[in-house]
Design a protein around this ligand. Structure first.
Ligand code: EPU
Length: 302
Protein backbone atom coordinates (compact mmCIF):
# COMPACT_ATOMS: atom_id res chain seq x y z
CA UNK A 1 0.00 0.00 0.00
CA UNK A 2 1.39 3.32 -1.02
CA UNK A 3 0.71 6.22 1.33
CA UNK A 4 4.02 8.05 0.97
CA UNK A 5 2.51 10.33 -1.70
CA UNK A 6 -0.54 11.23 0.43
CA UNK A 7 -1.17 14.30 2.67
CA UNK A 8 -1.34 12.02 5.75
CA UNK A 9 2.49 11.86 5.74
CA UNK A 10 2.63 15.42 7.06
CA UNK A 11 0.50 14.48 10.07
CA UNK A 12 2.49 11.30 10.56
CA UNK A 13 5.70 13.28 10.64
CA UNK A 14 4.25 15.49 13.38
CA UNK A 15 3.65 12.27 15.33
CA UNK A 16 7.35 11.31 14.96
CA UNK A 17 6.67 8.61 12.38
CA UNK A 18 9.22 7.95 9.60
CA UNK A 19 7.57 6.76 6.40
CA UNK A 20 9.77 4.44 4.34
CA UNK A 21 8.18 3.88 0.95
CA UNK A 22 8.15 0.62 -0.98
CA UNK A 23 9.89 -1.70 1.46
CA UNK A 24 10.24 -5.37 0.49
CA UNK A 25 9.11 -7.64 3.30
CA UNK A 26 11.25 -10.41 1.80
CA UNK A 27 14.17 -8.33 3.12
CA UNK A 28 12.55 -7.92 6.56
CA UNK A 29 11.68 -11.54 7.28
CA UNK A 30 13.85 -14.55 8.06
CA UNK A 31 12.03 -16.64 5.44
CA UNK A 32 12.95 -14.08 2.78
CA UNK A 33 9.40 -14.13 1.44
CA UNK A 34 6.96 -11.23 1.11
CA UNK A 35 5.73 -8.42 -1.11
CA UNK A 36 6.08 -4.68 -0.96
CA UNK A 37 4.47 -1.91 1.06
CA UNK A 38 5.23 1.33 2.91
CA UNK A 39 6.84 0.92 6.33
CA UNK A 40 6.06 3.30 9.18
CA UNK A 41 8.60 3.52 12.00
CA UNK A 42 6.98 4.66 15.26
CA UNK A 43 9.68 6.57 17.07
CA UNK A 44 7.65 7.62 20.12
CA UNK A 45 5.60 5.22 22.24
CA UNK A 46 3.45 8.06 23.61
CA UNK A 47 2.42 9.03 20.06
CA UNK A 48 1.18 5.54 19.14
CA UNK A 49 -2.46 6.05 20.23
CA UNK A 50 -2.69 9.17 18.03
CA UNK A 51 -1.02 7.38 15.11
CA UNK A 52 -3.52 4.53 15.38
CA UNK A 53 -6.46 6.97 15.49
CA UNK A 54 -5.09 8.76 12.45
CA UNK A 55 -4.68 5.53 10.45
CA UNK A 56 -8.19 4.43 11.44
CA UNK A 57 -9.73 7.78 10.43
CA UNK A 58 -8.09 7.52 7.00
CA UNK A 59 -9.10 3.86 6.61
CA UNK A 60 -5.49 2.69 6.31
CA UNK A 61 -5.09 -1.00 7.14
CA UNK A 62 -1.91 -1.93 9.00
CA UNK A 63 0.05 -4.76 10.56
CA UNK A 64 2.73 -4.69 13.21
CA UNK A 65 6.12 -6.20 12.42
CA UNK A 66 8.47 -7.40 15.16
CA UNK A 67 11.65 -9.24 14.29
CA UNK A 68 10.05 -10.91 11.25
CA UNK A 69 11.27 -14.36 12.27
CA UNK A 70 7.95 -16.16 12.65
CA UNK A 71 5.89 -14.85 9.74
CA UNK A 72 5.05 -15.81 6.21
CA UNK A 73 4.03 -12.74 4.20
CA UNK A 74 1.92 -12.68 1.02
CA UNK A 75 3.48 -11.90 -2.36
CA UNK A 76 3.03 -8.77 -4.50
CA UNK A 77 1.82 -5.27 -3.58
CA UNK A 78 0.39 -5.60 -0.07
CA UNK A 79 -2.95 -3.97 0.85
CA UNK A 80 -1.77 -2.72 4.26
CA UNK A 81 1.12 -0.68 5.64
CA UNK A 82 3.54 -2.18 8.12
CA UNK A 83 4.31 -0.54 11.45
CA UNK A 84 7.53 -1.12 13.33
CA UNK A 85 9.22 0.21 16.47
CA UNK A 86 12.71 1.70 16.04
CA UNK A 87 15.75 -0.40 16.97
CA UNK A 88 16.13 -0.60 20.75
CA UNK A 89 19.83 -0.15 21.42
CA UNK A 90 20.58 0.90 24.05
CA UNK A 91 17.20 -0.32 25.21
CA UNK A 92 17.88 -2.23 28.40
CA UNK A 93 18.26 -1.27 32.03
CA UNK A 94 18.85 -3.50 35.02
CA UNK A 95 17.85 -2.80 38.60
CA UNK A 96 18.40 -5.63 41.05
CA UNK A 97 16.95 -8.74 39.43
CA UNK A 98 14.70 -6.83 37.06
CA UNK A 99 15.66 -6.02 33.46
CA UNK A 100 13.58 -3.44 31.60
CA UNK A 101 13.73 -4.13 27.89
CA UNK A 102 12.17 -2.45 24.83
CA UNK A 103 10.01 -4.74 22.69
CA UNK A 104 12.18 -4.18 19.63
CA UNK A 105 15.31 -5.47 21.39
CA UNK A 106 16.79 -8.68 20.06
CA UNK A 107 15.89 -11.72 22.20
CA UNK A 108 19.34 -13.31 22.02
CA UNK A 109 21.00 -9.94 22.72
CA UNK A 110 18.79 -9.57 25.79
CA UNK A 111 19.79 -13.00 27.12
CA UNK A 112 23.48 -12.07 26.73
CA UNK A 113 23.04 -8.59 28.19
CA UNK A 114 21.36 -10.04 31.29
CA UNK A 115 23.95 -12.84 31.55
CA UNK A 116 26.71 -10.23 31.76
CA UNK A 117 24.92 -8.82 34.78
CA UNK A 118 24.69 -12.26 36.40
CA UNK A 119 21.01 -12.69 35.58
CA UNK A 120 20.12 -16.09 34.14
CA UNK A 121 17.16 -18.37 33.53
CA UNK A 122 16.77 -17.62 29.84
CA UNK A 123 19.73 -19.67 28.55
CA UNK A 124 17.44 -21.90 26.48
CA UNK A 125 16.21 -18.89 24.51
CA UNK A 126 19.65 -17.84 23.30
CA UNK A 127 19.34 -19.11 19.74
CA UNK A 128 15.69 -18.24 19.23
CA UNK A 129 15.71 -15.54 16.56
CA UNK A 130 13.44 -12.53 16.89
CA UNK A 131 12.54 -9.56 19.03
CA UNK A 132 11.46 -9.44 22.66
CA UNK A 133 8.00 -8.25 21.55
CA UNK A 134 7.49 -11.21 19.23
CA UNK A 135 8.82 -13.61 21.87
CA UNK A 136 6.36 -12.22 24.41
CA UNK A 137 3.37 -12.33 22.10
CA UNK A 138 3.82 -16.03 21.33
CA UNK A 139 5.54 -17.02 24.57
CA UNK A 140 8.66 -18.19 22.76
CA UNK A 141 10.34 -21.20 24.30
CA UNK A 142 13.10 -23.72 23.85
CA UNK A 143 14.92 -26.33 25.92
CA UNK A 144 12.51 -26.14 28.83
CA UNK A 145 12.50 -22.34 29.10
CA UNK A 146 9.71 -20.01 28.06
CA UNK A 147 9.88 -16.25 28.29
CA UNK A 148 6.49 -15.95 30.02
CA UNK A 149 7.92 -17.42 33.24
CA UNK A 150 10.01 -14.30 33.76
CA UNK A 151 7.55 -11.55 32.88
CA UNK A 152 6.80 -9.19 35.73
CA UNK A 153 5.18 -6.37 33.75
CA UNK A 154 4.37 -5.51 30.14
CA UNK A 155 3.74 -2.06 28.71
CA UNK A 156 1.63 -2.27 25.57
CA UNK A 157 -0.66 -0.38 23.25
CA UNK A 158 -4.17 -1.80 23.61
CA UNK A 159 -6.28 -1.35 20.50
CA UNK A 160 -9.38 -2.19 22.57
CA UNK A 161 -8.99 0.96 24.69
CA UNK A 162 -6.88 3.00 22.28
CA UNK A 163 -4.32 3.70 25.01
CA UNK A 164 -0.95 2.52 26.28
CA UNK A 165 -1.40 0.31 29.35
CA UNK A 166 0.75 -1.63 31.77
CA UNK A 167 -0.21 -5.21 32.64
CA UNK A 168 1.21 -7.22 35.51
CA UNK A 169 2.76 -10.58 34.63
CA UNK A 170 0.23 -12.38 36.83
CA UNK A 171 -2.62 -10.94 34.79
CA UNK A 172 -1.28 -12.39 31.53
CA UNK A 173 -1.74 -16.07 30.57
CA UNK A 174 1.30 -17.68 29.02
CA UNK A 175 0.62 -21.10 27.50
CA UNK A 176 2.54 -23.21 24.98
CA UNK A 177 3.19 -20.81 22.05
CA UNK A 178 0.08 -18.85 23.05
CA UNK A 179 -0.73 -15.90 25.29
CA UNK A 180 -3.79 -13.97 26.43
CA UNK A 181 -2.70 -10.81 24.57
CA UNK A 182 -5.28 -9.61 22.03
CA UNK A 183 -4.19 -9.99 18.39
CA UNK A 184 -4.04 -6.22 17.99
CA UNK A 185 -2.12 -5.50 21.22
CA UNK A 186 1.29 -3.99 20.50
CA UNK A 187 4.13 -4.87 22.87
CA UNK A 188 6.20 -1.84 23.84
CA UNK A 189 8.35 -2.70 26.83
CA UNK A 190 8.74 -5.51 29.35
CA UNK A 191 10.15 -5.95 32.83
CA UNK A 192 11.73 -9.39 33.24
CA UNK A 193 12.51 -10.68 36.71
CA UNK A 194 15.41 -13.12 36.46
CA UNK A 195 17.21 -15.34 38.95
CA UNK A 196 20.76 -14.40 39.98
CA UNK A 197 23.35 -16.75 38.50
CA UNK A 198 27.09 -16.40 37.95
CA UNK A 199 27.98 -15.37 34.38
CA UNK A 200 30.20 -18.44 33.90
CA UNK A 201 27.34 -20.81 34.74
CA UNK A 202 24.98 -19.01 32.37
CA UNK A 203 27.54 -19.15 29.57
CA UNK A 204 27.99 -22.89 30.12
CA UNK A 205 24.20 -23.36 29.81
CA UNK A 206 24.13 -21.20 26.69
CA UNK A 207 26.87 -23.33 25.10
CA UNK A 208 24.92 -26.53 25.68
CA UNK A 209 21.76 -25.09 24.10
CA UNK A 210 23.67 -23.66 21.15
CA UNK A 211 25.27 -27.02 20.50
CA UNK A 212 21.93 -28.87 20.63
CA UNK A 213 20.39 -26.34 18.29
CA UNK A 214 23.27 -26.43 15.82
CA UNK A 215 23.12 -30.21 15.64
CA UNK A 216 19.38 -30.43 14.97
CA UNK A 217 18.20 -27.24 13.23
CA UNK A 218 18.99 -25.67 9.82
CA UNK A 219 20.41 -22.43 11.22
CA UNK A 220 22.13 -21.23 8.07
CA UNK A 221 19.05 -21.44 5.88
CA UNK A 222 16.12 -19.09 5.47
CA UNK A 223 13.29 -20.32 7.69
CA UNK A 224 10.71 -19.16 10.23
CA UNK A 225 11.72 -21.75 12.82
CA UNK A 226 9.14 -24.46 13.33
CA UNK A 227 6.19 -24.17 10.97
CA UNK A 228 3.71 -26.11 13.12
CA UNK A 229 3.05 -26.19 16.85
CA UNK A 230 3.63 -29.57 18.41
CA UNK A 231 0.33 -31.35 19.09
CA UNK A 232 -0.28 -32.23 22.76
CA UNK A 233 2.16 -34.98 23.73
CA UNK A 234 3.53 -35.28 20.17
CA UNK A 235 6.16 -33.91 17.86
CA UNK A 236 5.31 -32.40 14.49
CA UNK A 237 8.94 -32.77 13.35
CA UNK A 238 9.05 -36.46 14.17
CA UNK A 239 5.78 -37.21 12.35
CA UNK A 240 6.82 -35.31 9.22
CA UNK A 241 10.17 -37.09 9.32
CA UNK A 242 8.50 -40.49 9.72
CA UNK A 243 6.48 -39.72 6.59
CA UNK A 244 9.81 -39.30 4.76
CA UNK A 245 9.02 -35.74 3.79
CA UNK A 246 12.46 -34.25 4.43
CA UNK A 247 13.53 -32.63 1.17
CA UNK A 248 9.94 -32.60 -0.14
CA UNK A 249 9.19 -29.29 -1.79
CA UNK A 250 6.99 -26.96 -3.80
CA UNK A 251 9.04 -24.61 -5.98
CA UNK A 252 11.85 -23.29 -3.77
CA UNK A 253 9.92 -24.03 -0.54
CA UNK A 254 11.28 -27.21 1.02
CA UNK A 255 10.94 -29.32 4.17
CA UNK A 256 14.40 -29.04 5.74
CA UNK A 257 16.50 -32.16 5.50
CA UNK A 258 17.85 -31.37 8.96
CA UNK A 259 14.66 -30.80 10.99
CA UNK A 260 11.35 -31.75 9.42
CA UNK A 261 9.33 -29.02 11.18
CA UNK A 262 11.50 -26.32 9.60
CA UNK A 263 10.45 -25.36 6.08
CA UNK A 264 13.18 -23.49 4.24
CA UNK A 265 13.34 -21.08 1.33
CA UNK A 266 16.13 -22.49 -0.81
CA UNK A 267 16.15 -19.67 -3.34
CA UNK A 268 13.24 -17.51 -4.35
CA UNK A 269 10.23 -19.30 -2.89
CA UNK A 270 6.95 -17.43 -3.08
CA UNK A 271 4.36 -17.26 -0.31
CA UNK A 272 2.08 -19.32 -2.54
CA UNK A 273 4.75 -22.09 -2.76
CA UNK A 274 5.22 -22.12 1.00
CA UNK A 275 1.46 -22.18 1.70
CA UNK A 276 1.02 -25.05 -0.74
CA UNK A 277 3.78 -26.99 1.00
CA UNK A 278 2.30 -26.28 4.45
CA UNK A 279 -1.16 -27.46 3.34
CA UNK A 280 0.27 -30.53 1.63
CA UNK A 281 2.24 -31.61 4.71
CA UNK A 282 -0.70 -30.89 7.03
CA UNK A 283 -2.92 -33.04 4.82
CA UNK A 284 -0.43 -35.94 4.78
CA UNK A 285 -0.07 -35.83 8.59
CA UNK A 286 -3.86 -35.73 8.97
CA UNK A 287 -4.26 -38.74 6.70
CA UNK A 288 -1.48 -40.76 8.37
CA UNK A 289 -1.98 -39.84 12.02
CA UNK A 290 -5.46 -38.30 12.25
CA UNK A 291 -3.87 -35.18 13.75
CA UNK A 292 -4.57 -31.67 12.49
CA UNK A 293 -1.37 -29.65 12.84
CA UNK A 294 -1.83 -26.03 13.81
CA UNK A 295 0.43 -23.35 12.32
CA UNK A 296 3.02 -21.84 14.57
CA UNK A 297 4.10 -19.50 11.78
CA UNK A 298 1.85 -16.47 11.43
CA UNK A 299 0.55 -15.93 7.91
CA UNK A 300 -0.10 -12.41 6.61
CA UNK A 301 -2.39 -12.82 3.61
CA UNK A 302 -3.30 -10.04 1.19
N1 EPU B 1 12.62 -35.33 15.40
C1 EPU B 1 12.75 -36.22 14.37
N2 EPU B 1 12.99 -35.71 13.12
C2 EPU B 1 13.08 -34.38 12.88
C3 EPU B 1 12.93 -33.47 13.95
C4 EPU B 1 12.71 -33.99 15.21
O1 EPU B 1 12.67 -37.41 14.54
O2 EPU B 1 13.28 -34.00 11.73
C5 EPU B 1 12.42 -35.88 16.75
C6 EPU B 1 13.65 -35.63 17.63
O3 EPU B 1 14.61 -36.63 17.45
C7 EPU B 1 13.06 -35.59 19.01
C8 EPU B 1 11.66 -35.03 18.79
O4 EPU B 1 11.37 -35.20 17.41
O5 EPU B 1 12.95 -36.90 19.53
C9 EPU B 1 11.58 -33.57 19.17
O6 EPU B 1 12.50 -32.83 18.38
P1 EPU B 1 13.26 -31.52 18.91
O7 EPU B 1 13.98 -31.82 20.18
O8 EPU B 1 14.01 -30.93 17.78
O9 EPU B 1 12.11 -30.59 19.36
P2 EPU B 1 10.83 -30.05 18.59
O10 EPU B 1 9.66 -30.43 19.42
O11 EPU B 1 10.82 -30.44 17.17
C10 EPU B 1 10.75 -27.82 19.89
C11 EPU B 1 10.37 -26.43 19.51
C12 EPU B 1 11.57 -25.69 18.96
C13 EPU B 1 12.68 -25.68 19.99
C14 EPU B 1 13.04 -27.13 20.32
C15 EPU B 1 14.07 -27.23 21.43
C16 EPU B 1 8.05 -26.43 18.81
C17 EPU B 1 7.10 -26.46 17.65
N3 EPU B 1 9.33 -26.47 18.50
O12 EPU B 1 11.07 -28.50 18.68
O13 EPU B 1 11.16 -24.36 18.75
O14 EPU B 1 13.81 -25.01 19.49
O15 EPU B 1 11.85 -27.81 20.80
O16 EPU B 1 13.49 -26.93 22.66
O17 EPU B 1 7.61 -26.34 19.94
C18 EPU B 1 10.11 -22.93 17.15
O18 EPU B 1 9.19 -22.84 17.96
O19 EPU B 1 10.12 -22.31 16.07
C19 EPU B 1 11.22 -23.81 17.48
C20 EPU B 1 12.22 -24.03 16.65
Amino acid sequence: MKISDKPITVKLKQLHVDVRPGISLADKTSLGIGGTTDLLVLNRFDAIPDVMRLLASEGIAHKFLGGGTNILVADGELPWVVLQLPPAQPGMQVEGNVATVAASADLGGTVTFCAKRDLGGMEGLIGVPGSIGGALRMNAGAYGTQIGSYVREVELYRAATGTNETLRGNDIRFDYRHTSFAPDDVMLRVKLELPSKPYKEIVAGIRVCNEKRRSSQPLNQKSAGCIFKNPPGGSAGRMIDELKLKGHGVGDAMVSDRHANFFVNTGSASCADMLKLIDDVRERVRTAYGIELENEVIVWRN
